[in-house]
Design a protein around this ligand. Structure first.
Ligand code: SF4
Length: 498
């Protein structure tokens, strides 16, 4: 666990045994109450980032913004704040910092004035050549205001010699590498972009019409749960490598890249997306139940009950229990309020660790052989404490089943994972991991089992459908900032923009 303080914001009790969600984006064009709709959409996407949030609106004459550290409900509950965000167009962003610290200047949407007018940008993902680009841009005299990778978009657009904002954006996008789903707001349009591999999700929705109007404007969002909360209908996924430009005339699609196979993040299905969302045409809850069932088919020890590690392990545990023919029981109760507390922990209570977040339901666990189902193990620290807690509650055997393959590699595409040497599965085989965590047995779903559950067929190594790099090390997008010679290529790309 880490505790970080930034200004008035104290983030307490992070869970180190899961990768952390990245960011969520939302945008509206052509709706009377754009800021309120955006705040609702961001609230539905709160699971994708809890450190900071922001909204930028455009009222036909001026841009307005409010950005804050903390949760959406706290940032946008004041009527005066909302009154300061007029306009029929807005974009919003929830952030978990995958790069840059948690300070107000890093909170998105980022905004800048250009000769063509204002531009606001919200970015979900992570650029893999941001450091190289930043060095090159600084050398050219660009003054960075934040420490986020996303700010390179602003500077690349600023130095582009193309005329229109969309052409400048395309010029900028052709220089970046990495994962990005963007929402951008100009004086003339709402723009949505997905990187050529489609690593992060982005969808298009349509609001219902009022007073006889055919429809009430368009919405862009990271997940369908954000459409549901504002009553918008799902239209379609933004395609990998697609730019959509939404204005009063409708939706225009631009595809500046040659089509290539998508590599959507498979961890969205396992853990990141909200269970009631539909991602890439697949209901997340159903996919997680299928993953649990596949896990049970691959390995299920003799046991009495199946217990999820809440909340994220629940759908997989339901699928596991049904397939294994075992009772599903809530043997661990999660306290939902701890992770959002503003308590500053003392050394005395910090060591209580996992008990602040999870407690054992003794009446269910005592005397039972338990299968614990969780979605991932990163460092193993929380898993070990949960196993200790379940044993202390009287379980006679504890078997752990994980609904993802072993996390052996770090993510560089917008998910916060530790360095590789901190990943338990990078340093230990499954037997050693079982001993460290203290379980009677440990098993992970296989990569083929995961693909079968999510996509209906085993992984084809020649044409994997997803990014699965944290399990396989097969990174679909170059990790330029991790290599020793990143600069020449980036500098030559920049030189071409002159
Ligand atoms: Fe998702 Fe893992 Fe790929 Fe990151 S490395 S995008 S978490 S599958």
């Amino acid at each position: 666990m880490t505790i970080e303080r930034s200004g008035e914001f104290i983030r307490a009790w992070r869970d180190d045994d899961h990768p952390r969600e990245e960011c969520g984006v939302f945008g509206v064009w052509g709706a009377a109450d754009a800021a309120a709709l955006t705040a609702l959409g961001l609230h539905a996407l709160q699971h994708r980032g809890q450190e900071s949030t922001g909204i930028v609106t455009y009222d036909g004459g001026r841009f307005h913004s409010h950005r804050a550290l903390g949760l959406v409900g706290d940032a946008f509950s004041d009527a005066r704040v909302m009154a300061g965000l007029p306009g029929t167009a807005a974009i919003g962003h929830n952030r978990y910092a995958t790069t840059g610290g948690t300070v107000l200047r890093n909170v998105q949407p980022l905004y800048a004035d250009f000769e063509f007018g204002g531009l606001a940008v919200g970015h979900n993902g992570n650029l893999t050549n941001a450091h190289a680009l930043r060095r090159a841009l600084v050398r050219r005299g660009c003054l960075f205001q934040s420490t986020t990778d996303s700010e390179v978009f602003i500077h690349l657009i600023a130095i582009s010699l193309y005329g229109t904002v969309v052409d400048r954006l395309i010029d900028a996008l052709k220089q970046v590498q990495g994962a990005y789903s963007l929402v951008a707001l100009t004086t003339e349009a709402l723009i949505g972009v997905r990187d050529p591999f489609g690593v992060r999700p982005l969808i298009l929705g349509r609001l219902p019409g009022k007073d006889g109007a055919r429809h009430g404007g368009h919405v862009l969002a990271s997940e369908t749960c954000a459409l549901d909360i504002v009553g918008a209908a799902f239209v379609r996924d933004i395609e990998p490598g697609e730019i959509v430009v939404i204005d009063d005339t409708g939706v225009r699609s631009i595809k500046p890249w040659a089509k290539q196979p998508s590599r959507f993040c498979i961890f969205e299905h396992i853990y990141f997306a909200r269970p009631d969302s539909i991602v890439e045409g697949t209901p997340v809850y159903e996919a997680r139940k299928r993953i649990g069932a596949e896990l049970a088919r691959e390995s299920h020890p003799p046991a009495d009950i199946v217990v999820p590690v809440p909340d994220s392990g629940v759908p997989a545990a339901i699928g596991y229990a049904a397939e294994a023919g075992l009772p599903f029981e809530l043997g661990i109760i999660r306290n939902h309020y701890v992770g959002r507390t503003f308590i500053e922990p003392t050394d005395q209570i910090r060591h209580l660790g996992v008990k602040l977040k999870h407690s054992a339901n003794r009446a269910l666990l005592a005397g039972r052989r338990v299968v614990l189902v969780d979605d991932s193990i990163v460092r193993g620290t929380t898993s070990r404490k949960i196993v200790e807690m379940v044993r202390a509650a009287g379980a006679t055997e504890v078997h752990m089943r994980i609904s993802s393959p072993p996390t052996t590699h770090s993510c560089f595409y917008g998910i916060d994972t530790p360095e590789r040497d901190q990943l338990l599965a990078a340093r230990n085989d499954v037997g050693a991991m079982a001993r460290i965590i203290g379980v009677d047995s440990l098993a992970f779903i296989s990569i083929d089992g995961l693909y079968r559950a999510v996509a209906g067929a085993a992984r084809d190594a020649r044409r994997p459908q997803f990014c699965d790099a944290c399990f396989t090390g097969d990174y679909p997008i170059p990790l330029t900032d991790q290599s020793d010679q990143p600069n020449d290529r980036q500098l030559s790309l920049l030189a071409e923009t002159r």
